[in-house]
Design a protein. Structure first.
Length: 420
């Protein structure tokens, strides 16, 4: 069981709404910082441990600045994400660049920032060399194929588009060695939102064993291993959070049994998690606009799947609290919907909640990762603001809401006038 208590009351939110109308996402800075410290403490005995926050989960430079202060780097996968990290003060070994189907200018920027470049395919070796030049340290993303089971979000490894095959790993590092590269890393990412700690330990063991094999066969030395992201969070109240201590302990044991036992220490161990870092500490706040009773009872919010598309995209569960009714029994069954013209625009289906009235304010939980970030403008819907609840309980807007002018910014209405 995990507590779904909120870090704010209805009164707090009403006060915030005087300045910032709903809908908005609000992030809890204190909880994010405490969580970052918890992760560092859990992994303190894992050699060279460092977390590179997956920027795509919450691409806001204010959040990145907080995480940088907590000692994290940034895992970027596009040019804008590299620029965001740079703006937040992250360069050099604070940057991991894990992309796929990568355009040349992104390799150029990643190299210019001095970040770690993680290649998704063997054909990217000559491509990187041609457009950016080989960096001093190069990392490959491993796809273990049938050797490892996947999970729902990322799919079976052998059907996933990412990474090198096992044979390509040997061949790729050999090519780099022969080109004179001296420093190496290895990466994989085979699951997303996975709640079983053994899954990550098993992933680490697979990489450590491959590092032992490749180091021996090619006579090269690996500097770091990046175990990827994918640590899940308890979206449902009855789920348990992943014990980071258990993951760290298992990783350390596997490290000692493979890396240390084969004289390959020190090897730094990195993670590039997004969801588990900020996911539980964000909330989409939205007000009830309409109630509708047809074959079912519907609660219509002033937000929609443009603000949070996980339920529509994956059928994902997000817990909902009706502010001021936290203690009331969930006596009514509702579909909680948005206003987009797609029937999967539902935040919850057949959800038991206290009786809801127009004007009620709902907090949709766990939107701190892959929430606002996945927003889009289909149906002319505008993305909401992002707010930060500071440690001193003050609130700052860290991204304003989009306006209709933003939506029209790429159209030229002058050109339209003379168009026939
Ligand atoms: C999405 C992604 C992550 C972060 O995944 P989480 O599930 O948020 O931890 C890390 N690395 C890569 C390459 C990704 O694509």
């Amino acid at each position: 069981m995990v507590s779904k208590d909120l870090p704010f009351t209805k009164e707090d939110i009403l006060k915030i709404m005087e300045k910032y109308p709903t809908p908005f996402h609000i992030y809890d800075e204190k909880a994010i910082r405490e969580n970052a410290r918890r992760m560092k403490s859990a992994f303190k005995d894992v050699p060279g441990f460092k977390e590179f926050f997956a920027v795509k989960a919450l691409p806001n430079p204010f959040i990145l600045k907080i995480l940088k202060e907590e000692g994290f780097g940034a895992d970027c996968s596009s040019l804008p994400e590299l620029i965001l990290a740079e703006k937040a003060g992250m360069t050099g070994d604070d940057i991991m660049f894990s992309s796929n189907d990568t355009p040349a200018e992104e390799f150029v920027k990643a190299k210019e920032l001095g970040g770690f470049i993680n290649l998704d395919d063997i054909s990217h070796i000559p491509y990187l060399e041609k457009y950016a030049g080989l960096p001093e340290i190069v990392c490959f993303r491993y796809n273990p194929g049938p050797l490892k089971e996947g999970n729902a979000i990322i799919g079976k490894p052998e059907e996933a588009k990412y990474g090198f095959t096992r044979e390509q790993m040997f061949e790729g590092y050999r090519i780099l060695r022969d080109k004179g590269v001296k420093r190496f890393g290895m990466h994989t990412m085979v699951a997303s939102n996975e709640l079983n700690p053994d899954y990550f330990v098993e992933t680490a063991r697979i990489l450590f064993e491959l590092i032992v094999e490749i180091s021996k066969e090619l006579g090269i030395h690996f500097e770091f291993v990046n175990l990827g992201g994918g640590i899940g969070i308890p979206y449902r109240p009855e789920q348990e959070p992943v014990s980071l201590e258990a993951v760290a302990k298992g990783v350390k044991e596997a490290y000692d049994a493979t890396i240390t036992a084969n004289g390959l220490a020190p090897l730094k161990v990195y993670l590039e998690c997004g969801r588990v870092i900020t996911g539980p500490y964000g909330y989409l706040i939205s007000q009830v606009r309409h109630l509708k009773s047809t074959y079912k009872d519907y609660v219509g919010l002033d937000s929609c799947m443009a603000n949070l598309m996980r339920p529509g995209m994956y059928g994902a569960y997000h817990h909902i609290t009706v502010l001021g009714k936290e203690k009331k029994a969930p006596t009514h069954k509702y579909d909680v919907t948005g206003s987009l013209c797609e029937n999967n625009d539902k935040f919850a289906i057949d959800r038991m909640l206290p009786e809801i009235e127009i004007g009620d304010i709902l907090a949709i939980h766990d939107t701190g990762a892959h929430g606002h970030a996945m927003g889009f403008n289909y149906n002319g819907k505008l993305r909401s603001a992002e707010l930060l609840l500071r440690e001193d309980r003050s609130v700052v807007q860290i991204r304003r809401a989009e306006t209709i002018e933003d939506y029209f910014a790429t159209l030229d209405f002058e050109q339209l006038k003379s168009f026939r």
